[in-house]
Design a protein around this ligand. Structure first.
Ligand code: TRP
Ligand code: SF4
Length: 432
């Protein structure tokens, strides 16, 4: 029998290839080899794409400062999809990132009409307690948007660079959209950029782990980061074909360019509105000087944020996982026994009869039970590869996978809920 033995093929990225071509998301493969001890999602191609993640691998390899950041809207139950983002944040924190988690209560309040009390309750009791139980360390930062003057002030500043047409192209805003809803869009950009404020030691790469559908927010934020900066550096060529850099001022205050021309190592020439730099052999040094001068003249010098994109889990019944269909997902606070039952009822990639299953093998790429194993329940790659191969070769029946997945789900939830009890007593370590 000709079987394709690729245990990760359940994670087909074909559906996502359009993202590479049309939107400029890069394949994660190209940075993978730089990562010393890659996360399960990286090894299994669950994380399939990125934007400027090379800045992050550079920081990890060379022990430079970097941040990881994401936000959660406190609207309801925390499920396995949210857990993925939390694990990615915690993994980067363990690799040395300064970690930030924002509870997007301004967004939940303005977009979903959830009261402030409810936002707080869900934010702490669903999201934050599980985040801590999953291993988020207290040297990271957990905050509510409504409680962060830094984020709110930065949102206002960013709002000056975002106009209605741009936002409506991304978010589908219309004449009916409330002003607060629009404000919550730039608040999300402020969430992402605020780890680079002076309070947190200034500009640095920041990675936002997200689902692929979040890319428009990332693009908006990268654009706003650029627009906020005083300078841009362009590579140019003179008439003889020699390349040089031109540092262009975008409304930088008076004196900033002159300071720049004096500070930069190498030959420079000061013009109205720009400084040209010849024979600068080290771009990183040049970039650092530009950022330094910008900071001294009161600018932000934001580094455009990086991102990773993971593929989604499907719902347990096939189709999409949806918060409005409890049978489609598993919440981290639900009854472990009930969750095990859901797993046992889940849709598999098995054939209609045992005979067919033996003859044709199952279809793990179409199996929500296999997805549970791949995304959450089997850490050991070899164990997973074995399950995959047995399935494809018709040597495995779905009942076995269901029992395994159900047992592990129940065990994971029981343990997680015990850890949550401990986390409840530790909130003060996180300034909450
Ligand atoms: N808008 C996101 C959501 O709908 C939540 C969010 C707020 C967020 N701020 C963020 C996500 C910053 C990533 C980064 O869930
Ligand atoms: Fe899915 Fe396991 Fe059945 Fe294969 S044997 S289709 S992996 S449940």
């Amino acid at each position: 029998m000709d079987v394709k033995l690729d245990p990760w093929s359940a994670v087909s990225i074909d559906d996502y290839s359009k993202l590479f071509d049309e939107f400029g998301i890069r394949p994660f493969d190209e940075v993978y080899s730089q990562i010393e001890d890659p996360h399960r999602y990286m090894r299994r191609k669950v994380i399939f794409g990125h934007r400027s993640y090379d800045q992050i691998t550079d920081a990890m390899v060379n022990k430079k400062p970097f941040s990881v950041m994401s936000g959660f809207m406190p609207t309801g139950k925390l499920h396995l999809g949210h857990k993925m983002v939390m694990e990615e944040i915690i993994w980067h924190q363990q690799q040395g990132a300064d970690a930030f988690v924002g509870i997007a209560d301004r967004e939940a309040h303005s977009v979903r009409n959830i009261s402030w009390d409810k936002c707080y309750d869900i934010g702490v009791n669903e999201y934050i307690i599980s985040l801590i139980a999953l291993g988020f360390e207290p040297d990271g930062h957990i905050y509510f948007q409504s409680n962060s003057d830094q984020v709110k002030d930065l949102a206002f500043e960013l709002g000056a660079k975002a106009n209605f047409s741009e936002l409506s192209a991304i978010y589908g805003f219309t004449g009916e959209t409330s002003v607060s809803h629009m404000l919550s869009a730039v608040t999300q950009s402020a969430d992402i950029l605020h780890p680079q404020l002076g309070e947190y030691d200034g500009p640095k790469p920041t990675v936002v782990p997200a689902g692929a559908d979040q890319d428009p927010h990332i693009r908006l934020t990268r654009g706003l980061g650029h627009k906020m900066n005083m300078f841009k550096i362009e590579g140019r060529e003179d008439k003889k074909g020699n390349s040089y850099f031109s540092i262009r001022s975008k409304a930088a205050p008076e004196g900033a360019l002159k300071e720049m021309s004096e500070r930069i190592l190498g030959r420079t020439k000061l013009f109205e509105g720009h400084v040209d730099v010849f024979d600068a052999d080290n771009f990183d040094v040049l970039l650092n000087t530009v950022r330094q001068v910008e900071l001294e003249f009161g600018g932000y010098a934001f580094v455009p944020p990086s991102s990773t994109y993971h593929r989604f889990m499907s719902g347990l019944q096939g189709g999409k996982m949806s918060s409005s269909v409890p049978e489609s997902y598993i919440a981290l606070t639900e009854d472990p026994k009930g969750a095990a039952k859901k797993v046992k009822r889940a849709k598999t990639g098995g054939r209609t009869t045992l005979e067919e299953q033996k003859k044709l093998g199952g279809e793990p790429e179409n199996c929500s039970v296999y997805e549970m194993l791949l995304f959450h329940l089997v850490e050991d790659d070899e164990e997973l590869a074995q399950i995959y191969n047995e399935c494809r070769q018709g040597e495995r029946v779905c009942g076995n996978c269901k029992v395994l997945a159900a047992e592990r789900t129940e065990k994971f939830l029981k343990e997680h809920q015990e850890l949550r009890e401990l986390a409840k007593d530790r909130l003060d370590e996180y300034g909450l």
